[in-house]
Every structure is written in C-alpha cells, then in structure tokens.
Write a protein that binds this ligand. Structure first.
Ligand code: UDP
Ligand code: MG
Length: 328
C-alpha cells in the first residue's frame, strides 16, 4: 500500500452524461503512465444516475477504483477533501469530471513534479474568453496575489498535482470553507505551473455562474488573508481624518464668511459616501464572522454514505499482521 504512486481524485455532481467518456479516456491515459495508481471518485450527492454509474464502474475496475458516496451535496471542495483523506498515493492529482481538463494531460504535471516541484498547478491553453474577461481576471489575480501572496494564474482549472506532504498537511486542517488550490499553495515549498490543453464542457451544465466566480475571488481574499479588514481600518482612518479637516474648514469658513446655506447636496454626497463605506465594512466583517461561525459549529464537513473499495489486499495485510502477533 505504501508504494502506491498516484491517486487521482475526481468530484462528481450530476455528471451522468459525461462519465462514460471520462472512464474511456481516463483509465487508458493512466495505464499508459506505467505507475501504480488509484482513482477516487466522490459522488457529491448527485440527483441523477451518477452514483449508479460509479458503482458499475467500481465493479468493472475494483483494483484501481474507489468510490466515496456522500449523503448530500457538500460542494466540490469538500468532495476533494474527502478524496484526499482516503487517498494513499505518493502524488495526488485532482481533476474535474466534466472532461474540461483532459486526462491525457496528467503526465505533464507529473513530469514537472519529477523536476522537484511539490505543487504543480495548470493554466488552460486557448481559452476563447472575450478580451475584457481576460483583462478583468488578470486585474483580479493581481489584486489577490498582492493581498494573499497566493499565485494561482488560472483558478478555474482544477487539474493540479500535489505531493504527499501537502496532502497530509491539508488533511490536518479542519477548515470548513476553503479553496483547495489556495490552501495547498500555502503548504507548498516549490510550486510551479504548466500549460495544459483545455476543452469545452462536453456534456451537462456548469455548476458555477459568473456570480460564483466573483464570490470565489472574494472568498479567496477573505479566506486567506486579513488584509481586507486592515485595509478597511485604513480607509476608515483616512476618511475620518478628511472629515475632521472638513469640519475645521467649515468652522473657519463660518467665522470668516458666515453661515453656509448652500452646499446641502455636497453634504448628501459626503454622507452617502460614508454610509457606503460603512455598509461595505459591515459586510466585510460579516464575511469573517460568517467564517468563524461556520468553523466553531464543529459540524461534520461532509457525511459519507458508503465507500466502495476493494479492501481485500488491506484485510490480507491486517490478517497477516494479526497472525504474526499471535505467533509471537
Ligand atoms: N462538483 C461537485 N459538487 C458541486 C459542484 C461541482 O462535486 O457542488 C464537481 C463537478 O461534478 C465537476 C467539478 O466539481 O467535476 C467542477 O464543476 P463544474 O464543471 O460545474 O465547474 P466549472 O468547470 O464550471 O468551474
Ligand atoms: Mg467544469
């Protein structure tokens, strides 16, 4: 068991149309690598036939397939977490089930790891997004990199490879709300990125909208850094200093020129500006408090209904172990 080289972790949520194609491409691609591997599928409470398809696939290739069936929908990252906890490979690769990350590209990541990197992210090649989306995502990345010191060029791409040390560190974290590539990045000694081919989602629909992409970046900033809060107190200081000067100015003006009658709307503008900042600040505080709240509840992060795996080898090992102890 100890010398299993590769674990491939795949979260699955309502992917019935695409799973067969995934199997048809994934298994041959891994067989070609000539390393010992296991594939861990996590069914994240799919409401379609995904679970049944995974069961059938487990029957077909029980030697290299393990399936975790969740009790409900706990989200992509919790699914990957569960996969990490079960995984035994020296290296762990995460992959989406929708074939947007071609399984044939896994070897590129592993080759990069051979060069001594312990975390290899991937950047999708030939994305035909519009130029303004490119620009927006680059600006967002820059800001996030500054705030969190996490350098992930393409957050949308889950095709990533991690060394065992990183996986163990992640397994030691009890974080509820997290973004795995960013968490892993914190533990990496030598991170790297490679460019991989990218395909459009072949079947099914994306589970994420533009809104959730914006959320993701916000989560990344508030989840991995307190700089937004600190920036906020800075803004608070600057605006209160400015308004103090403004007040002094008004007092002097009243003494010299007389009472001010006009300028009512300037005042409105100022007040609304301040209210806006205040509301944003309360919302930002809420982000952090929400995280603390979720964390302190100590709820289980996910519930596992069943794990399908071929335990015969392990049981054999345990039996031998017991046997030798009895002999002693
Ligand atoms: N996924 C999941 N749980 C969810 C949502 C998504 O396990 O609640 C899986 C999904 O099956 C896929 C991967 O996470 O394997 C990425 O999802 P999707 O392709 O919808 O995201 P996108 O590629 O649009 O970012
Ligand atoms: Mg996808």
């Amino acid at each position: 068991m100890k010398n299993l080289q590769l674990s491939v972790i795949i979260p699955v949520y309502n992917e019935e149309e695409g799973l067969q194609t995934l199997f048809d491409r994934l298994y041959p691609a891994l067989d070609k690598l000539a390393v010992s591997y296991e594939i861990v599928f996590i069914n994240d409470g799919s409401r379609d036939r995904s679970a049944a398809i995974l069961r059938a696939q487990f029957q077909l290739r029980p030697d290299v397939t393990r399936v975790i069936l969740f009790n409900g929908n706990f989200g992509q990252h919790m699914a990957i977490m569960a996969g990490f906890e079960l995984s035994r490979g020296q290296r762990v690769v995460t992959l989406d089930a929708d074939l947007q990350n071609p399984p044939e590209e896994i070897h590129k990541l592993l080759a990069k790891m051979d060069e001594g990197y312990d975390y290899v992210g991937s950047i999708r090649n030939q994305r035909n997004d519009s130029w303004w989306r490119h620009l927006a995502s680059r600006a967002m990345n820059n800001l996030r990199e500054r705030i969190t010191h996490i350098k992930i060029t393409d957050q949308g791409c889950m095709l990533r490879a991690y060394d065992r040390g990183i996986i163990d560190a992640i397994n030691g974290c009890r974080e509820v709300n997290t973004f795995i590539p960013a968490l892993a990045y914190n533990f990496a000694r030598r991170p790297a990125e490679v460019v991989v081919e990218h395909e459009e989602r072949a079947q099914g629909v994306s589970k994420y909208s533009l809104y959730s992409l914006i959320r993701l970046n916000f989560d990344l900033m508030t989840g991995f850094s307190v700089v937004p809060l600190q920036m906020f107190s800075l803004v608070g200081m600057v605006t209160s200093a400015a308004s103090a000067f403004f007040f002094v100015f008004l007092v002097i003006r009243r003494l010299i020129i007389g009472p001010e009658a006009e300028g009512l709307f300037t005042l409105f503008a100022l007040v609304f500006f301040m209210i806006g900042i205040t509301l944003f600040g309360i919302g930002l505080l809420g982000e952090y408090i929400g995280r603390i709240y979720e964390q302190v509840r100590h709820r289980p992060r996910y519930l596992v209904e069943a794990v399908l795996e071929n335990r015969s080898e392990e049981q054999e090992a345990i039996r031998q172990d017991c046997g030798s102890r009895i002999e002693e």
